[in-house]
Design a protein around this ligand. Sequence first.
Ligand code: PMP
Length: 449
Amino acid sequence: TAIEKSKVVEKTTSRLWNAMHRYNPDAQPTVAVSGEGSWFTDEEGNKYLDGVSGLWCLNLGYGRQEIADAAAEQMKKLSYFPLTMNHQPAVELAGKISELLGASYQTFFSNSGSEANETAFKIVRQYHNQTGNPGKYKFISRYRAYHGSTLGALSATAQANRRVKYDPGVPGFLHVYPPYSYRSIFGEDPEESDLKAAQMLEEMIIWEGEETVAAFIMEPFISGGGVIIPSNKYIQRVSEICKKYNVLLIMDEVVSGYGRTGKMFGFMHAEGVQPDIVTMAKGLTSGYLPLGATAVKSEIYDVFNQEGKDNHFRHVSTYGGHPAACAVALKNIEIIENEKIVDRVHELGETKLGKLDQLIDHKNVGEVRRVGFLLGLEMVTDKQSKTPLDDSKMGEIVGKCKQKGLIIGKNGDTVPGQNNVIIIAPPLSSTEEDLDFIIETVNSVIRSL
Ligand code: PMP
């Protein structure tokens, strides 16, 4: 009954300030109680397929006994230990990360994606300070990018709507044009358009003064800003430009890491690219425990580890690299490898999610963008004007999917505050039936518009 329901809500959510909460007296808050595979169940017994993997983090889905056991065993053995010293899971995990990245990297652990990026920014500034370039302090990121919620990471986040009430941000963060051929001033040819966007980065570095630019931060595929997928040549070109001007390349793999795009890391789609710094969180533990990681090329780390110089990194995180979180990450990676999750995502991304490409014939679908298990549908009022589909229609799509038992997302910030991109990013362990359910539901809801 309504009274029973209101009691449930009062008990469980009324004092909780939800993330991104907006006033909505009619909202029916979902209170999740359990989860298994790609599905979670709410207090009333309704089951939903989590088509966005929580916040794009449940790479292996809910309820893996082996991962829960790894956490419990580690907590019983060594419940906490600071990384001003060593503990075994952190040492082992740092070694594993270096192996997965395909070159020699040293890893600093934290608790989240935002912190992983903050850590990267501090490392970069100190690195330039200690290598004779103290004037290099500026960071460049792309418009539409999301790099986190803390003030530094938010300053790299270049979506006006997320920042406007918190500005001014941290000084020294600049933004450049993204590789977004669907709406680019450089035209719709993906490669040509994206290469011009890369060229803008070079012009910007020159005009700002290369002696002032410290690093460029990018996601291989912009996720929170509307699933923007550049051509591989863009990533290669950007990497060359960064090298040319001694601008460090920070690759934000918080979403794209650990198999999401059909490669272990997103940057691996662009042959020959090896970032200076790789930041990660989310899929590193499949969301079972919080963990962030900032992996730094060994040549950079060496500058913080020299005999006779006070050049250590003055940075510490009480919980960063918690033993249980590292044990969970090791188990998570073991499963990803044993179950060949990355190959699976590559294949099923094509054969299953690829079926949604057909939606392009619908009048409101401007573009279907996808890589692996990361898919965005850019919704428009009509293909000619490309006007973003309004919020109420977008809400209707998400709401109808939920009524049918499927959670999907919307984001984009195409025009500040306008989220006209439908997001689909299911757990990488989703069964073929799960994927069929997503395809059928999304198809039927969009076709009913
Ligand atoms: N970088 C990217 C690309 C992200 O998508 C996010 C989170 N959505 C973050 C960083 C920040 O991660 P967290 O929420 O764990 O701080």
